[in-house]
Design a protein around this ligand. Structure first.
Ligand code: ADP
Length: 367
């Protein structure tokens, strides 16, 4: 396997079907040795993007470069992409070893070199004992491992993974996901994976691309997408959010549609219609001793995310910018871990401790 991954660039990549942009000017850099996952709802252009990179379909605009050189004019077999499909796409009449050897034979490599490479690849995916079997004599997970060995055998510039786990049952998914991730990472391979499964994406990616209508909504790490969603769509799509709409007043009060004012712990530039995405685990409930829906509730800085017109965030300053009760409450929570008795107004109310956000377990350790 190649030690050094390659740098893949998509620049203004476009694909039109019947005048409709399936991929609408996509810009993306996949760094050497990085695993980037394309994530988004059905029909957002993930598969089309992968097929454009593979060369199975022609772009209507833009460029695809590997290490700075355009590969647009190259046919698929000269792009040196290792491809793993959802359907495995193994040759049913060829043995496991011949399937793995296929790309090397196409490249007319010497027989001895092919035999050595096939043996090494089968060892890598733990299928040495299955070299002479036909694909139908293997389980789904084993077949996908053969497909992976075949993709890796050619020492690809980039590994393209098209929903590689979708046909596997739940028990196998995690095993194969881990194998893919470790082989990709240990080999320093540059990879792009397409999936519609958020958990899978979160577990496997170095960075994720959230797509919608052929375009990019946000590119970032798991934490970026969860903690700092760039658009209301990302805030809704990644994890769970309470999405509140209202009007921003004086930079720090969101007036909900029913007239309830919600005071924010940090200030935002701008005014007018605003969307606030509030993660459930960030909500702390406390009594201020004055019941009634019209009294401002306080939200800490971490609670208030993705606030802005058309998804643009206007965050300025931070919790420290907001002096007074919210800042004190935040400081209190930091001090005592989030649970304390609030005795204002004569009422003793147990505050709910805000729970921690998900820690996005990643598939990077060997079992
Ligand atoms: P995803 O993989 O995100 O589900 P696709 O890339 O398959 O989405 O499709 C993106 C859009 O392009 C969809 O609207 C789809 O209907 C359209 N599309 C994909 N392939 C074709 C095709 N061969 N002919 C016409 N439209 C297509």
């Amino acid at each position: 396997m190649s030690d050094a991954g390659h740098h893949l660039e998509l620049r203004g990549l476009r694909k039109l079907y019947n005048g409709h942009a399936a991929v609408a000017g996509l810009d993306l850099d996949v760094r050497r040795g990085e695993m980037v996952v394309l994530l988004g709802p059905s029909g957002c252009g993930k598969t089309t993007t992968l097929r454009l990179i593979a060369g199975f379909i022609q772009a209507d605009g833009g460029d695809i470069r590997v290490d700075g050189r355009s590969i647009l004019a190259l046919p698929p077999h000269r792009r040196d992409m290792g491809i793993v499909f959802q359907s495995y796409a193994l040759f049913p009449h060829l043995s496991v070893a011949r399937n793995v050897a296929f790309g090397l034979e196409m490249r007319r490599q010497p027989r001895a070199a092919i035999a050595a490479r096939v043996a090494a690849m089968l060892q890598l995916v733990k299928l040495e004992a299955f070299a002479d079997r036909l694909p139908r004599q293997l389980s789904g997970g084993q077949q996908q491992r053969v497909a992976l060995a075949r993709a890796l055998a050619i020492q690809p510039n980039v590994l393209l993974l098209d929903e590689p786990l979708s046909n596997l049952d739940a028990a196998l998914r995690q095993d194969v996901a881990r194998d893919i991730r470790l082989l990709q990472r240990d080999g320093g391979l540059t990879a792009i994976m397409v999936t519609h499964d958020q958990d899978e994406a979160m577990a496997m990616a170095d960075r994720l691309v959230v797509m919608r209508d052929g375009g990019v909504q946000q590119i970032g790490t798991q934490e970026d997408l969860y903690e700092r969603p760039a658009t209301p769509f990302v805030a809704r799509f990644i994890g769970r959010s309470n999405v509140l709409t209202g009007t921003l007043r004086e930079g720090s009060v969101l007036v909900l549609e029913d007239g309830t004012p919600v005071r924010l712990a940090n200030r935002y530039a701008g005014s007018g219609r605003c969307t606030l995405a509030l993660r459930p685990e960030r909500i702390a409930i406390e009594s201020d001793g004055r019941a009634g829906p019209r009294h401002p509730r306080h939200l800490s800085r971490r609670n208030a995310r993705a606030c802005g017109d058309a998804g643009r965030r206007h965050e300025r300053g931070g919790a420290s910018a907001h002096r007074g009760r919210a800042a004190r409450a935040l400081a209190d929570r930091r001090r005592d871990g989030g649970a304390r008795l609030d005795r204002r107004g004569g009422a003793a109310v147990r505050r709910r401790r805000p729970s921690t956000p998900p820690d996005f377990p990643r598939l990077t350790r060997r079992r």
